[in-house]
Design a protein around this ligand. Structure first.
Ligand code: AMP
Ligand code: ZN
Ligand code: FE
Ligand code: FE
Length: 282
């Protein structure tokens, strides 16, 4: 006979990759916790782009009330040899000053980049009202939404294709901090660093070079990945002795194809990250 605990663990799921209104998602951190609970998730990490503003005591208390293990997380935009690389940081304390300072530097970088994109658009005859964008942490999806609202494009995909994506008329080459520096920051903050959605890095040699850097894990379950296609990533993580994480990359309405909880990890994969975090809480 199976014990109740075994049954609970059998259905245990954590989604460790989603975005809130603190970056370019359309669902608030509090709503994310509620949605996660409604969908039957037991573990969650809100991994906003370059900010940990989602981790307020109100959100942490809501997660506790709903029985959700909320793992501190963030998704840093980084750069390696001209490639845009996303690095997930987990298991740090949200009050850690090293991570907070790095987020502040990213906020300034994003502000400057957004202003540069806006001036390129202006040269193309498109003036976006400042009020259509958030005060800080401006991401390209915010600019895409503004372009849609103004009737310049009819979809976010079109905004990226014509203006904001690589090769677009208002595209700016990646200008973020290096992968090496980002890894140093995450580790100095006591966190764990995970290579996000490795399948988006199309260059095999770059992948080889990246996994030789001090990463702690690889995101092996992602979005609506067909299950078989992640096998190489699981094998690579196992070969290198790295943790395997996973999540949906849920953004709400700006990316309706990614549903919260559509990709997840089980308790065994979640435990090392949670324990790393819990050791700091003591
Ligand atoms: P940023 O961090 O400001 O460079 O914007 C990156 C975000 O834009 C990511 O969250 C992606 O989901 C989104 N994104 C990138 N390319 C596209 C695209 N072609 N269509 C829609 N969203 C995109
Ligand atoms: Zn995003
Ligand atoms: Fe990403
Ligand atoms: Fe993401």
């Amino acid at each position: 006979m199976r014990s109740e605990a075994a049954v609970v663990l059998k259905d245990w799921r954590a989604d460790l990759h989603c975005h809130s209104t603190c970056s370019d998602g359309t669902v608030s951190p509090l709503q994310l916790v509620e949605l996660g609970h409604a969908l039957g998730l037991q573990g969650l990490s809100i991994t906003d782009h370059d900010t940990i503003a989602a981790y307020s005591s109100e959100v942490e208390e809501a997660a506790q009330r709903q029985g959700i293990q909320l793992l501190p997380g963030v998704e840093f935009s980084a750069e390696y040899k001209g490639h845009s690389i996303h690095i997930l940081g987990y298991s740090f304390l949200p009050k850690n000053s090293v991570i907070l300072n790095f987020c502040r530097r990213h906020a300034l970088r994003r502000y400057q980049r957004a202003m540069a994109i806006l001036s390129r658009l202006k040269m193309l005859g498109i003036s976006i009202e400042r009020e259509l964008l958030p005060k800080e942490l401006i991401g390209r999806p915010h600019i895409a939404l503004a372009l849609m609202e103004m009737g310049v494009v009819s979809s976010i995909a079109e905004a990226f294709k014509i203006y904001l994506g690589k090769g677009g008329k208002a595209y700016l080459e990646t200008d973020s901090f290096s992968v090496e520096e980002t890894l140093e920051v995450i580790h100095a903050a006591g966190g764990l660093a995970v290579l996000a959605h490795p399948h988006l890095v199309k260059n095999r040699k770059i992948i080889e070079e990246l996994v030789a850097l001090p990463f702690d894990g690889i995101e092996g379950y992602y979005g609506r990945f067909p299950l078989y296609s992640n096998r190489p990533w699981l094998a690579l993580a196992e070969k290198k002795g790295l943790l395997i994480t996973g999540g949906s990359d849920f953004h709400g309405e700006v990316k309706p194809e990614s549903v919260l909880g559509s990709s997840w990890i089980d308790f065994a994969r979640f435990s090392p990250l949670w324990e790393h975090y819990q050791k700091k809480e003591l």
